[in-house]
Design a protein around this ligand. Structure first.
Ligand code: C2E
Ligand code: MG
Ligand code: MG
Length: 850
């Protein structure tokens, strides 16, 4: 006996309760009424607490409560339930349907049993009079009619299902297509019309090949045949993705669910139902997503950095690129799912965990730098870490790492180069100053020595740059040998080295050390086996005595060095307070030098030069004079050197030359005029051209002009100088070599250029009486002059004895206080010369053209 619950569920599944009346049920109750001759017949369905009549004849009520229903008893068994006199039955005697309307006396009910055995209700015949029981034939008729009722109830359900199916079919967005076993389309819903472009009228009756791309048709036909012959439908019950064909010939992706149906009991497939979904959009989206995914993948893989993503909770790697995996030294796929503890040693894993913690505890990007011992040599890695959450709120750690080993090496190199001299490897000026600042902070006492190698330019020119560099390296190496721990050596200029020496006590010690530095910088140096003689000057200052900051002590040492440079005798000078005053004076002169002629502070003095053979004044040397309004008379050597240094010598020289030639042009007799030329004048602009213009303007005959150059001028840019001298000589100007004997390889100069005159330096003349050496030099020069046919002039004759000696030695000309002191030209007016006043012509430097 099935449970009441299952019975009710079965009843409700027919959805028949409370449905409108239907003729086929009405016909049956009418038939029962006439066959059994009863006034009442019902199709009663027994619900939970009522019986509801699907069909009724002879009764008005649509339903009755269940507790009074005879049918409730009738569904207890599969047999017909029959009561002949209800008044005589204890179960019904008090039933209101018995005691009252409709006064039931007789009841016969056949249960309505479904194929699953559920008794839904009854088909019953009811009378208001007592009757005899039904005979066997009558019972069979009632039972058969009850079975027809059950079939009708089943059909009712199918009709409902059919209506629903039709509705679904019409409103579905999926195409529903039915076909028979011959592949002929039998059903085609509106969605199919939209999807394929064929109307139902056009599609129905045609082959299903209509919607299949040509290439799939054969395969489909084979499968169909197999199924029709009783084989299993491969696609049955499955959802597959295929291509379908539209009316316009285009193909599109579909998702197909296929069902085949069989007629009850036949075991043979009767037809197919296909549910077809157009998945073009989904496919396009999938393709797009796959492409996006692939793109992200490619970006990550091609990222020129290592990338990793860890699960914030488990700290397992969920993502890396190959670069990162390579760095760790494992395969990219093996990293996934592992933690740092799995991959690295305890120490490293612990460190990484702490870093991750920091990132998770606060927002923003965290940058860490550290060594990483992965595959290969240890690397320095810079990692940026951030945390982020995915759409579901799950947190992750993202890291991007870069190998900065090379970068750091390059940075170190840059830092090294920024602080060191590329040639000698010594500290450079900047690093040296920094070093001093540090020592200053720690209160160290030290001696600062600046060593300037002079005439280094000459070495460059004569021996070439590589040789000069090699010399510097040698010097640096030799100086390094002198250092004690804590001392320091730097190259602070092209030819300037600085030594910082600690542990200084006495001045004598300072001097001894400075002398060693001097020796290291000047003697015993060799290039290609040839010994090279160098000169150097050293300036020293003591910290903090001579300057209480690194800059002050550097300044003091520079002053001392400048003083040493100007000192003709001493090569080493230590800072003395007065040097500062001198330096200030130099600065003042430098500022005041331009325009000194115009302000009337500068003028030309002329010193007579006498010919020994003629016994007459044969010419004058022009000597510039500067009387500074505050500083008084300034030595020409001082301010000429200044003008050389600050590059104003071309202007000054031009003014002097212009004034001198203009003056001489007016002399009678036409004596010669000598003008001193400074190196900067010749190196600079077109000096010969300028001289020619001055001569032109003044009208002075070129052969009356003597230009005096010094030996030093031939040291630098020799070719330029010699070319200029030749050009001057071509104009007709004469060239003298001044201060001869004080320079270097004096005799060689005669080979270089055919000088017109040689002026022996006054230092020889002055010493000629006491020094055999000096008189021998004078004699040699005069001898050479005679051999080469170059007249020799002796300078600085002060005494009669000087004069007699020069007469005896055979000098051509003499010059000196004995003959005449340098003085304004007016001094010599009418005594030696008559002047036409040519000096009143406007004289000044030609304007510099840009
Ligand atoms: P310098 O060309 O050899 O000039 C001769 C120097 O010796 C002059 O010194 C002159 O006054 C001095 N002198 C002449 N006779 C005697 C003497 O008997 N006893 C002594 N003790 N000195 C004598 P000054 O004028 O001081 O000039 C020095 C140097 O300055 C010159 O040497 C020359 O090299 C340079 N100088 C002077 N004027 C000019 C100029 O206008 N242009 C250039 N470029 N250099 C000049
Ligand atoms: Mg001179
Ligand atoms: Mg001279």
């Amino acid at each position: 006996m099935q449970s009441e619950k299952a019975r009710l569920a079965a009843l409700h599944s027919y959805a028949i309760l409370d449905s409108p009346g239907e003729s086929q049920f009405d016909h049956i109750v009418e038939l029962v009424r006439s066959l059994f001759d009863t006034p009442i017949s019902l199709v009663s369905l027994v619900d939970a607490d009522r019986q509801w009549f699907k069909a009724k004849a002879g009764l008005d009520a649509p339903e009755t409560p269940r507790d009074v229903a005879f049918c409730s008893y009738a569904i207890e068994s599969s047999e017909i339930f029959e009561i002949c006199d209800a008044t005589q039955d204890d179960r019904f005697a008090d039933n209101p349907l018995v005691t009252g309307d409709p006064h039931i006396r007789y009841y016969a009910g056949a249960p309505l049993v479904t194929e699953h055995g559920h008794r839904l209700g009854t088909l019953c015949a009811i009378d208001t009079v007592v009757r005899r029981p039904l005979d066997a034939r009558q019972r069979e008729i009632l039972e058969r009619l009850a079975r027809i009722v059950v079939d009708e109830i089943e059909l009712y359900r199918l009709r409902v299902v059919g209506r629903v199916a039709k509705l679904v079919s019409e409103t579905a967005s999926d195409a529903l297509i039915f076909a028979d076993c011959d592949n002929v389309i039998t059903g085609w819903n509106p969605a199919a019309e939209r999807m394929f472009g064929w109307t139902a009228a056009e599609a129905i009756g045609r082959s299903l090949a209509l919607i299949m791309p040509e290439r799939h048709r054969d395969r489909h036909a084979d499968g169909l045949k197999r199924v029709a012959q009783g084989g299993a439908a491969k696609l049955h019950g499955k959802v597959v993705e295929l291509e379908a064909l539209r009316r316009d010939g285009t193909e599109f992706p579909i998702e197909l669910s296929l069902a085949n149906w069989q007629c009850q009991g036949s075991g043979r497939t009767e037809g197919f139902a296909s549910i077809i979904r157009d998945i073009s959009n989904r496919k396009a989206m999938e393709a797009e997503r796959a492409h996006a995914q692939q793109f992200v993948e490619t970006v990550i893989e091609n990222l020129p950095s290592m990338l990793f993503v860890k699960d914030a909770e488990t700290r397992q790697y969920v993502r890396t690129n190959t670069l990162a995996a390579d760095m760790i030294g494992v395969d990219r796929n093996t990293v996934i799912g592992r933690t740092d503890a799995d991959l690295f040693g305890d120490g490293e894993a612990d460190l990484l965990r702490k870093r991750d913690d920091m990132v998770l505890e606060s927002d923003g990007v965290h940058i860490f730098e550290g060594d990483m011992a992965g595959n290969g040599p240890p690397k320095l890695v810079r990692t940026k870490r951030v945390s982020f959450s995915d759409a579901g709120g799950k947190r992750y750690l993202l890291g991007i790492s870069d190998d900065i080993t090379d970068h750091m090496r390059a940075e170190e190199k840059v830092a090294y180069l920024a602080n060191h001299d590329g040639l000698t490897g010594l500290q450079n000026r900047k690093a040296f100053m920094t070093d001093m600042l540090e020592r200053n902070r720690s209160g160290q006492v030290f001696d600062l020595l600046l060593c300037n190698i002079i005439q280094f330019r000459r070495i460059n020119e004569i021996h070439g740059r590589p040789a000069a560099d090699a010399l510097l390296v040698q010097i640096a190496h030799r100086m390094k040998q002198l250092l004690e721990p804590g001392d320091c050596l730097a190259r602070i200029g092209g030819n300037e080295l600085a030594v910082l020496r600690t542990g200084v006590n006495a001045d004598a010690d300072r001097l001894r050390f400075a002398q060693k530095v001097l020796v290291a910088a000047t003697s015993g140096l060799r290039i290609g086996g040839v010994e090279i003689a160098l000169n150097a000057k050293i300036g020293g200052a003591l910290f903090p005595r001579d300057g209480d900051t690194p800059f002050a002590v550097m300044h003091a040492a520079e002053l001392a060095l400048n003083t040493a440079r100007q000192d003709k005798e001493r090569q080493i000078r230590f800072f003395e307070p007065g040097m500062d005053v001198r330096a200030r004076r130099q600065n003042r002169l430098e500022t005041d030098l331009p325009g000194a002629f115009e302000r009337g502070e500068m003028h030309l003095a002329f010193q007579p030069i006498a010919g020994l053979e003629s016994g007459r004044i044969e010419g004058f040397e022009t000597l510039v004079r500067w009387h500074h309004p505050e500083l008084g008379r300034i030595d020409p050597e001082t301010f000429i050197a200044l003008a050389e240094q600050n590059d104003s010598i071309p202007e000054l020289g031009e003014t002097i030359l212009a004034r001198a030639v203009a003056e001489a042009a007016g002399w009678n007799p036409p004596l010669s005029v000598a003008v001193n030329v400074s190196p900067g004048q010749i190196y600079g602009r077109d000096f010969p051209g300028n001289v020619a213009r001055q001569l032109d303007r003044s009208g002075l005959a070129p052969e009356r002009l003597e230009l005096e150059i010094t030996e030093g001028m031939l040291l630098d840019n020799r070719d330029t100088v010699i070319a200029a001298l030749h050009a001057l000589k071509d104009i007709g100007v004469r060239i003298s070599i001044d201060d001869f004997g004080t320079g270097y390889s004096s005799m060689a100069y005669f080979d270089m250029f055919p000088f017109d005159k040689v002026k022996i330096d006054q230092s020889f003349v002055r010493k000629a009486h006491e020094s055999k050496h000096a008189s021998a030099v004078i004699r040699a020069i005069i001898g050479l002059g005679k051999d080469l046919d170059i007249p020799v002039v002796a300078e600085g004759l002060e005494t009669d004895a000087d004069l007699s000696l020069m007469l005896e030695l055979g000098c051509a000309q003499v010059q000196g206080f004995l003959i005449g002191k340098p003085a304004p030209i007016e001094t010599f007016e009418r005594v030696i010369i008559d002047r036409t006043g040519a000096s009143t012509t406007q004289i000044g430097p030609a304007r510099r053209t840009a």
